[in-house]
Every structure is written in C-alpha cells, then in structure tokens.
Design a protein around this ligand. Structure first.
Ligand SMILES: NC(=O)c1ccc[n+]([C@@H]2O[C@H](COP(=O)([O-])OP(=O)(O)OC[C@H]3O[C@@H](n4cnc5c(N)ncnc54)[C@H](O)[C@@H]3O)[C@@H](O)[C@H]2O)c1
Length: 245
C-alpha cells in the first residue's frame, strides 16, 4: 500500500537514500530539505525512475516553515502517514569553545525538528495508523571529542523517541536508528587517521553506506515492524558491541 512519506534533510546523504528507498517501494515521497536545489535533484531522480515525489524547502528549526509545508500538503491531500526525521546540524568544538548561538541552533535543528514534526502532523500520523522513524546517532550513547551539543541533541532524540512512542500508542509507532560511521559528505573534512579509526572501531571493518541505513528505516516504518515501537536500533557495523582499539 502506498503511503505519503515525509523525509527531512533528504537532499543529501542518508536522507536522500531514505527518500529513494521509500520511492522504490512505491510510496509517495515528500522530499524536504533546507537546501531546495538538493531536494529538487533527489526528487528529479525519483521521478525519472517512475516514482512519486515532490520537493519542498523545509527548515526543521522554523515553525513557519513547518506551517507552510503543512498547508501545502493538506491542500493537496498529502498529509504524511510516515515521517523520517533525519535533518541535523553540528559544529565541532569543545563545550567551552562552542558559541551559545551554535549550541541553540544544533539543539533546535537536531532535536527540535523531531518535536515540530509531530506537533505539525500528529493528526495525519494518527489517522493513517502511521509511523515516525528518527535518525539519531551512536553519539547518543558514546562520547567522541568535540560534539557536546550534537551528542546532547541525539541523546534527546533517543529519549524523545521513547516518550512519543508511549504518548502516541497504539496508533503511531515511533522508533529510532543509531547509525555508526556512514560514508556521506560529513566525512569529507575528516583526515585519513580518523577515518581509519572509524573503520577499526566497527566489527565489520568498514564504513556503512547510506542505503544500509535506509533499508532499516523502511523496515521500521512498515508493517513488517508492526509490533515494534519505542526502540533504538543500531545500524553501526558492530561499533557498539566491541571495545574500540
Ligand atoms: N554520516 C554519518 O556517519 C552519520 C552517523 C550517525 C548519524 N548520522 C545522522 O544521519 C543523518 C544524516 O546525516 P548525513 O551524514 O546524511 O548528512 P548530510 O550532510 O549528507 O545530510 C544532512 C541534510 O540535512 C540538511 N539540513 C541541514 N540543516 C537543516 C535544517 N535546518 N532543516 C532541514 N534540513 C537541514 C542538509 O541540507 C542535508 O541535506 C543526520 O541526522 C546525522 O546526524 C550520520
């Protein structure tokens, strides 16, 4: 059965792979991103492959941006049954060097976006007996240098996932994935030594691909996971089950 699936931060990386995966299974994908050109490009690829998708500029940290998207989708009879909260922001710095504005922005995008998604579309998720999947991170569980606001936000996403799964049960299932090291542009600025360390830390000895996160997100959003809610599922190549060396 085709559903309307809204993906945030879907213009690049993991979000783009998630949008493609839902499109390939026949869903109607609402491709959203702060970067409208990137959202257009992903939507174009989906349409060229014969899938159903539209592109929208959405800043997940802005209430008026959610309101505008809500009006547009409801006007078209396309309020979402599934939402994947994937957008994030990060600035790498120890806490005492992190600008207060950056601290607030990281929290507001990475954690606040999840709150705004259900605030905006709680009714359509409920009516559809839908699902929310939040893309958290291993940073919710483990500390790496320089990520104070990001780690706090991702830890918050995990706690909020559990909270929402209780509040919106039994109609809406809410789960999260915890990606390990996934090869996207966020690794472009990381040096070879740190990349090698990331690979060593995973049992499988390599980076994950965005598609390997997307397939788990599609599973958690679908009927095959109909008795699964409130969980946080690592997609980390074994990172969380070994002692890093
Ligand atoms: N790549 C990894 O190794 C890794 C590891 C763990 C978790 N994650 C998580 O996976 C998700 C995707 O990361 P990625 O590696 O694909 O990054 P990416 O930079 O490739 O994609 C992130 C997307 O979010 C968009 N975005 C940024 N701010 C936004 C805003 N305010 N509103 C809407 N969209 C916004 C960007 O334009 C971009 O398209 C994030 O939640 C990230 O924390 C990634």
């Amino acid at each position: 059965m085709s559903r309307v699936v809204l993906v945030t931060g879907a213009g690049h990386g993991i979000g783009a792979a998630i949008a493609r995966a839902f499109g390939e299974r026949g869903d109607d994908v609402v491709v959203t991103d702060l970067d409208g050109e990137a959202a257009n490009a992903v939507t174009g690829q989906l349409r060229d492959a014969g899938h159903s998708a539209t592109a929208h500029v959405l800043d997940v940290a802005a209430d008026d941006s959610w309101a505008a998207l809500s009006a547009e989708l409801r006007g078209a009879g396309r309020a979402p049954a599934v939402i994947v909260n994937n957008a994030f922001m990060n600035v790498v710095a120890p806490a005492h060097e992190l600008d207060p504005a950056a601290w607030h922005a990281i929290l507001d995008v990475t954690l606040g976006g999840v709150y705004r998604s259900v605030r905006t579309f709680h009714d359509s998720l409920t009516a559809a007996r839908g699902a929310v999947v939040n893309v958290a991170s291993m940073h919710a569980l483990f500390a790496w240098p320089g990520h104070p606001a990001y780690a706090a936000a991702k830890g918050g996403v995990v706690a909020l996932t559990r909270q929402l799964s209780l509040e919106y049960a039994p109609h809406v299932r809410v789960n999260a994935v915890l990606p390990g090291s996934i090869m996207t542009r966020v690794w472009d600025s990381v040096d070879d030594a740190d990349r090698a360390a990331a690979m060593r830390q995973a049992t499988l000895g390599r980076f994950g691909r965005p598609e390997e996160v997307a397939s788990v997100v599609v599973f958690l959003a679908g009927d095959d996971a109909s008795f699964v809610t409130g969980i946080v599922m690592p997609v980390d190549g074994g990172l969380s089950t070994t002692v890093a060396t």
